[in-house]
Design a binder for this molecule. Sequence first.
Ligand code: ZN
Length: 423
Amino acid sequence: MDLSGISGKCRIGTAMRQIDFTNTQVASSETARNINRGVVLNLIRKRQPISRADLARVSGLQRSTVSLITEQLIREKWVVYGPTGRLPRGRRPTFLRLNDRRTILVADLRPTEITVAVADVNGRFLSHQAFPTPADPQSALAELIARIRHLVEVHSELIFEGIGISVPGRFDPLTNHIVFAPNLHWPAFDLKAPLEKATGMRVDLENAANACVLAEVWFGHAEKVRDIVVVTISEGVGTGIFANGQLARGRAGMAGEFGHVPLDPSGPKCTCGGRGCWEVFASNRAALRYYHEESSAADGPTFQDLLSLADAGDALATRALERMAHAIGRGMRMVVAGLAPEEIVIVGDVTRQWKKLGPIVEAEVSAATLIGNPPRVRPAFAEPGMARLRGTVALVLQKHFGPSGYASPVRSRASERVRVRAQ
Ligand SMILES: [Zn+2]
C-alpha cells in the first residue's frame, strides 16, 4: 500500500485517528475510504467545477471509485452538480462543485471584540457581526448563544455543519478549557460544552495563531508548504506552527508560545507574569510604549493612529514602529533556529507598513540564519480578522476534508477492492 504523502494524522468522522506508519495494518479499509473521500472532496474544493473524469485523472483513483465517492457526497449534500461542460464532441461531462448552502458558524474571540459570522464551505462570508467582549466568560457565552440561535433562525435555508471559534489563548482538548489567555483576563473556562448543549452543534476551538495557519494552508498561498510558522502580532504575539504538514499543538495545546519566552529577563513586565518576553518588545502595545517614551503628549494614539502618523511622515511614530520591527525580527530568531520553517507569515495590522518594516524584520532573520537561505518572511494572504475567521472555517471542515493538500489517495488495487465492497 502506498502511503507516501499521507499526513500522519487525519481527521475522520468525528474522531481523530492517528495513522501509525510503523504498523500499516492500522490503515484499514475504512481509513483508506475516508482518506480517498477527503482527497476527492479537496480536489473538488480546489478545482471546482470539475468532472468525474478529471477527478479520476488528477487523483489517480479508478473511475468507479470516484463515482462511488461522489455519489455519496451528493447524497450527503456536500457536493452538487455544477454547470454542464462543453466538449468539442462526445458526451457532455457533468461538473461537480461544493454545495455552498453547507455553512459553518464562526466566531473570533478577541480581548476587545467578538465577531460572529456565517461562512460557506468555500470560505465566503454570508453574514458578519461584532460586539464588545464582555468582562466575564458567562456573559460572553450567553451573548454568543443568543446570536448564533438568531443566525440559524434567519438562515433557515442553510445547512449548518458546526461552530468554529478562534481564541486569544490555548485550547486544552483534554479539559475542554480555554487556558492561558493572558490578554483576555478571564479565568480558565469551558466554552465548548455549554455552547454545544445550547445549539446542538459540534463546537471546535483553536488558538488564533493556529487558526491563521489553517487559513494560509486552506485558503492562502501556502498549500504546498509543509513547514510554515504564522506569527500573529496584535495586543500580544502568538505563534502557530505547521511542521511536517501538521499543526503542532503540544501538551495542553500549549505549543508555540514563543511570545512568552523572555528575551530580556530584566525587561518590562508581561501579562503572563514574567518579564521581558518577546511579546513585551514586539506587540502593538510595545510600539505604543516606544512612542510614549519619546512623546510629551498626554493622550496617546491607538496603534491604528500610530500607523497613520507614520504614513504621514511622523518621525516619532516611524521610530516606534521600527523598534517594534527589530524586536519582531529578533524574536523570530528563536523560531528559525528551533523550527527551520520554509516561510514565516505575519498576521497583524503592522503589515500595513510592510514596505518599510519588512526589510528590517528580514535583515534580523537573515542575520540569525545558520546555513543556507533564510526563510521567506511575508504578510498573510488575508487581513487579520479574516484570517482568523477563515481558519476556523477550515478547522470545522478538516474533519471531512482531511488535512487539505497533503493527503495522497490510497491507490493499491487491494484497498480499492475493499473500499468498493464496503460501500
Ligand atoms: Zn509573557
